[in-house]
Design a protein around this ligand. Structure first.
Ligand SMILES: [Zn+2]
Length: 156
């Protein structure tokens, strides 16, 4: 999508987590800790990938995509299918996408990437939106997991 902005690839953090696991500095219990809400989201709203789980290697990873942003109003924090994002970005000025990978077998989960989408129009949101986006990005990048708003994501 040509309007993709602020793309962040979390591959380095992911590799570091896996290195810690395989190097014995973290346990499977530490890293395969998918919250029940996330596992349920993966089961019912996730998208299958053809990439094997890096930990158990028994099942392909499932991708769960969350969207956040003040411009989304009540839809902030919900899960969207990747194909729905293109349509949404014509309707919404700005929102941030967080893609999380989950293994439904062992519970491995990691933030994979985040990026900003939207048509970029400024509909009187002022600077609030940008500040909100940064707060979400910090929340997502600070922890390995996307723990915030999981319940809201699944509330419908
Ligand atoms: Zn696994």
């Amino acid at each position: 999508m040509e309007t993709t902005r602020s793309f962040i690839d979390y591959a380095l953090a992911r590799r570091a987590t896996l290195a810690a696991l395989f190097g014995g500095r973290a346990t499977v219990t530490d890293v395969c800790d998918a919250h029940p809400y996330l596992l349920r989201a993966a089961k019912y709203h996730g998208e299958a990938t053809d990439e094997q789980c890096p930990v158990c290697r028994k099942e392909p990873l499932t991708r769960v995509t969350y969207i956040y942003g003040d411009a989304l109003g009540q839809y902030s924090g919900r899960i969207k299918a990747t194909r729905e994002l293109a349509e949404l970005e014509y309707e919404v000025s700005e929102f941030t996408v967080y893609a999380v990978e989950v293994c439904q077998n062992c519970g491995w989960n990691h933030l994979r990437e985040s990026y900003v989408l939207g048509h970029g129009g400024h509909g009187g949101q002022g600077g609030q939106g940008a500040r909100g986006e940064r707060a979400h990005a910090r929340a997502a990048a600070g922890g390995r997991r996307v723990t915030h708003s999981r319940e809201r994501a699944l509330s419908e």
